[in-house]
Design a protein around this ligand. Structure first.
Ligand SMILES: [Zn+2]
Length: 333
């Protein structure tokens, strides 16, 4: 079962008792499924076709409950459907015109009397805006498995219809983009947060939970991966830099002798040579007295400088250091 199928299954079972929302859902369902066929002289054949039986039963129930119209449900299959079964609700022709008027789709001025989106009144209330998007999704919506990608869309038959979907979502602060694709106009969201908001708005609570679980898991593992990459690249940088310094230290030892260095430099040379993977801050704690990172940096630079001068034969002026007094010397005047 795909995530889309799960979401549709859940949405098809969302309870809506209000006639305003039933009107909005049916209007969206008829237009989104391209189920309005003109039969001449104010006659229309209305059908709602869906991939799952629950959706079709949903609209069968609404028509019956609010308008007393009994539709007919049939299963469609065949070569043209690639072996898939689809379910179709056919609305009796004698009720068609009245329903199109009720759903604010019929308009004498429109081509063949059919508007591309219903009148504004259909989505006047917030509840009806949700209902409109829910039906649009049930008819021509898809949502990717969040394990693989974040993407939800409604592939609408016209640009006007796609805009209407985007407007309804926009009312709730959910931003969605529109792009043409083949003969369709696709309203889509690619951000996990937006997808989650849209699903929860439509009433797919279980799908929201599933999505959020996956999202948290992905974010934690991304964070851990980033952290691991960051740490290992830091260690690599430290080791690279340390290797250069260690070569310098060995060179100084060979050419000059580390014991000739001022004690602070000499101790730092030993600390670095013995701890190539220790970051600068840690290195500062290995000398006595401990010093900070910038102090370590200064001493390592000084060592590199001495090595450079030795290589080029330049004269080295080792800073005049007062002879180191040992503890006993200090005590003996
Ligand atoms: Zn409503």
């Amino acid at each position: 079962m795909s995530f889309s199928t799960d979401v549709r299954g859940e949405l098809a079972r969302v309870k809506t008792d209000d006639v305003c929302c039933a009107r909005s859902e049916l209007a969206a369902a008829l237009l989104a499924s391209g189920g309005i066929a003109w039969r001449g002289r104010g006659r229309y054949a209305l059908t709602i076709t869906a991939t799952d039986a629950a959706t079709v039963r949903r609209y069968f129930g609404m028509l019956k409950r609010h308008w007393g119209v009994t539709g007919q449900i049939r299963a469609l299959s065949g070569d043209r459907l690639n072996g898939l079964t689809r379910y179709q609700l056919a609305i009796p022709e004698e009720a068609s015109l009245q329903l199109l008027e009720e759903f604010q789709i019929y308009d004498e001025a429109a081509p063949f009397g059919v508007r591309q989106t219903p009148g504004d009144g259909i989505t006047h209330y917030a509840c009806c805006k949700k209902a409109f998007v829910r039906a649009a999704f049930l008819m021509c919506g898809e949502v990717s498995n969040p394990e693989k990608a974040y993407h939800i869309e409604v592939a609408a038959p016209t640009e006007d219809f796609a805009r209407r979907v985007a407007d309804c979502l926009g009312y709730f602060g959910i931003a969605c983009a529109i792009a043409p694709r083949k003969a369709k106009f696709v309203a889509y969201i690619k951000r996990a947060e937006g997808i989650s908001d849209m699903l929860s708005l439509l009433g797919a609570g279980a799908a929201v939970l599933a999505l959020e679980n996956i999202r948290v898991r992905k974010e934690v593992s991304n964070h851990v991966n980033r952290q691991m990459n960051f740490d290992s690249s830091n260690i690599n940088r430290t080791v690279d830099a340390a290797e250069t310094v260690i070569r310098d230290i060995q060179y100084i030892d060979r050419e000059l002798g580390l014991e000739k260095l001022p004690p602070t430099l000499r101790d730092m040379a030993y600390a670095r040579a013995n701890n190539p993977e220790t970051p600068l801050a840690g290195l500062g704690e290995l000398v006595d007295p401990p010093i900070g990172k910038s102090g370590v940096n200064a001493r390592l630079r000084r060592l590199a400088d001495i090595a450079d001068k030795l290589r080029s034969g330049e004269e080295i002026k080792l800073r005049k250091v007062s002879p180191v007094m040992t503890q006993s010397e200090r005590n003996d005047p």
